[in-house]
Design a protein around this ligand. Structure first.
Ligand code: IPM
Ligand code: MG
Length: 349
């Protein structure tokens, strides 16, 4: 049987980015060994290190390295580079799955019964909206002012809607659309998504005002299946999920373009307060590896990884963000957790 070969570009960035990325690459290489595929990892510069060495946050060298790869694995950046790379490759579809581990119920901000078996998916538009609309700082007769513009072409809403509807077809068939049409009526997300939905039989579309949606997420999160949102609303709502599952350090995301190329990252940022201490939770970044493997169709490897992770958590191993002082849990560093996970991968087969 000929084994598959993949080329991955790793962009460590800064803060805890390099620590969690190196953990995730180790896991990826172990999975490759176990599941008979090979991975070449090319390292590139982004963010502060790129600015220092090449004078720009997202250099053309990095863009060239990423072009034609099978996936980009991204650590974290604080200031520049991320929005640029998303835009450059048109990574419009940001998928942020949220699954509650039964071993971490005591870490949730909500009572166990509210989050047990929670399984939802944020689909966030990533290359338009207020992040990329016209904006400036300028002045008029009242003095200095700034503005950003939330602008969406209908086709941009319709293409992200199709991604959400397709995902819902593979899940429980419900798309909740975050909108703010009572104040922003020129952005008719509900109507546009409903129009696309006629091509997706069996999927129900439920528009919800984004302020209410935020409240519903912390009240009764299990009512949701797929949550579709624009760039800014999706950013804000998906952080809430970090509190639901116990730590933002657990959450991962895949940002895909129309060709299926993806950028895979944890949803946390650079966390400068804990950078370099070896205590960051690598599971968000490792979850991003799982999303890349799914995109490649390496489903057995995803399954192995999932089982190994649950086994390590079941044994009580926790990084600092998840330690519950009263319980019989063992605090472990980023590297220790990674080693435990790799041992568990190997023994799980
Ligand atoms: C995220 C982050 C980014 C975003 C920041 C770092 C620009 O918060 O990916 O959620 O807002 O998109
Ligand atoms: Mg964010």
């Amino acid at each position: 049987m000929s084994s598959k070969h993949y080329r991955v570009v790793a962009l460590p960035g800064e803060g805890i980015g390099p620590e969690v990325l190196s953990a995730a690459i180790k896991v990826l290489l172990s999975l490759a060994e176990l599941h008979n595929f090979t991975v070449q990892v090319d390292y590139g510069l982004i963010g502060e290190p790129a600015h220092e060495q090449l004078g720009c946050f997202f250099p053309s060298e990095t863009a060239q390295l990423c072009a034609g790869s099978d996936g980009i694995v991204f650590g974290a950046v604080a200031r520049g580079g991320l929005l640029e790379i998303r835009k450059h490759f048109d990574f419009f579809a940001n998928l942020r799955p949220v699954k509650m581990s039964s071993h971490l119920l005591d870490q949730s901000s909500l009572r166990s019964d509210r989050v047990m078996d929670l399984d939802l998916l944020f689909v966030r538009e990533l290359v338009s909206g207020i992040y990329f609309g016209p904006g400036d700082r300028t002045q008029d007769e009242q003095g200095a002012y700034g503005y950003h513009t939330m602008r969406y072409h209908d086709w941009e809403i319709r293409r992200i809607a199709r991604v959400a509807l397709q995902q819902a077809q593979l899940r429980r068939g419900l798309v909740t659309v975050a909108h703010k049409e009572n104040a922003l009526p020129h952005l008719p997300w509900s109507l546009l998504v409903q129009k696309e939905a006629v091509h997706f039989p069996g999927v129900k579309v439920a528009p919800m005002l984004v302020d209410n949606l935020a409240m519903q997420l912390v009240r009764e999160p299990k009512q949701f299946d797929v949550i579709l949102a624009g760039n800014l609303f999706g950013d804000i709502l998906s952080d809430i999920a970090g509190a639901l599952v116990g730590s933002i350090g657990l959450l991962a995301s895949a940002s895909l373009n129309a060709d299926g190329l993806g950028l895979y990252e944890a949803i946390h940022g650079t966390a400068p307060d804990i950078a370099g201490k070896g205590i960051a939770n690598p599971l968000g970044m490792i979850g991003a590896i799982a999303l890349m493997l799914s995109q490649w169709g390496e489903h057995r490897a995803v399954e192995t990884l999932h089982k190994a992770q649950e086994a390590v958590l079941a044994q009580g191993y926790r990084t600092a963000d998840l330690v519950n002082r009263d319980a019989s849990e063992a605090w472990v560093s980023t590297e220790e957790l990674t080693e435990l996970l790799i041992q568990s991968l190997r023994s799980g087969l």
